[in-house]
Each structure stands twice: as structure tokens, then as C-alpha cells.
Design a protein around this ligand. Structure first.
Ligand SMILES: [Zn+2]
Length: 175
């Protein structure tokens, strides 16, 4: 599997990991609770996703072979390193190009979205989600997530080249 076009579906216990995968730019669905394991295995197969789960029982399904990665519960840093080492996930692939909440691809914010921001934020690189209307810009929460992504990627921040333009509005203090 090529890490750079991988797609995922996370079980409901991996909601935080799903947000970080989206933050890194990966198409990541979240399996809602209640449905049988087999249904999510089928989704993974049909949509060419890897099912990430903390539930070992899922591995007992024959259809799971090659489509499921079991992760130890808790320990986000550990889970991130497993994804990097075993699936080739590049945590700085396309940072902050997807909505963290619903997985939609972000767009450059239009005038209407910019008008909802305080004036001092309007000059920064701002994106908006076409699905839910959330606005994303390079604020402090964003910086913390980005630092974590960089850690997971192996400490290199320049690996994404031009894909990192969203952060450039933030200044160069951590360059
Ligand atoms: Zn959204």
C-alpha cells in the first residue's frame, strides 16, 4: 500500500486518531457505533480503505485479511508510529486540507466566511469546510496539532513542500 493515497475507516474508539489522520490530509471515515464488525469490513473492502480497530475480534473474520489493522487502545503517539511504520502514513502529507469533523476537503475561504472572522485574522490563510461551514486558520490549536504531526512524521517539517502553505501565515518563530 502506498501511504500517500491510503484511505481509512476508524472504529469509534479511535475518534481522536481519525481527527489526526484528517489533519494530515487522509480520507478517513469514522465507523458509527452499533453496526456489526462485518459491515465495517465490507465498507473497507468496497471503498479500498483500511479498517483501523482496537477490537481484536474483528481479526477473526476471514474477510478482514489485508483490510484491517489492529491497534492497541490508548497511546495516540504509539498508534501514530504504528501507522507510519506499517502503512507508510506520512503525517505531513497534506496538512489541514480536510475538515477534522466530517472529512470533507477544505476550500479557500470565500468573502462571506472571512467576514465572520475578527479583522486581525482575515489576512491569514483561511479555509472553510463546504459541508459544515467550519472555518480553519493557523491559530494556536492548529499549531499544537501541527507540532504533533511533525513529531510523528519523524521531526521533519519541510517534507510536505508546497503543501504546507496553510501554515505560512503563522509567522516564522517555529520555522
Ligand atoms: Zn466540516
Amino acid at each position: 500500500m502506498s501511504g500517500n493515497d491510503a484511505r481509512f475507516v476508524c472504529d469509534e474508539m479511535l475518534g481522536r486518531l481519525a481527527r489526526y489522520l484528517r489533519a494530515a490530509g487522509y480520507d478517513t471515515a469514522l465507523a458509527a457505533g452499533g453496526a456489526p464488525d462485518r459491515q465495517w469490513i465490507d465498507v473497507a473492502r468496497r471503498e479500498a480503505r483500511t479498517l483501523l480497530t482496537c477490537d481484536r475480534q474483528v481479526l477473526r473474520h476471514k474477510a478482514a485479511h489485508g483490510h484491517v489493522l489492529w491497534l492497541r487502545q490508548g497511546g495516540l503517539d504509539h498508534q501514530a508510529s504504528v501507522l507510519r511504520d506499517q502503512l507508510g502514513v506520512n503525517w505531513l502529507w497534506r496538512p489541514f486540507t480536510r475538515c477534522l469533523v466530517d472529512n470533507a476537503r477544505l476550500q479557500h475561504a470565500g468573502a462571506h466566511a472571512l467576514g465572520r472572522l475578527p479583522p486581525d485574522l482575515r489576512s491569514r490563510s483561511v479555509r472553510e469546510c463546504p459541508a459544515c461551514g467550519r472555518i480553519y486558520w493557523a491559530g494556536s490549536h492548529h499549531r499544537r496539532m501541527r507540532a504533533r504531526l511533525a513529531d510523528w512524521a519523524g521531526g521533519t517539517i519541510d517534507g510536505g513542500g508546497a503543501k504546507l502553505q496553510l501554515q505560512h501565515g503563522e509567522g516564522s518563530a517555529d520555522g
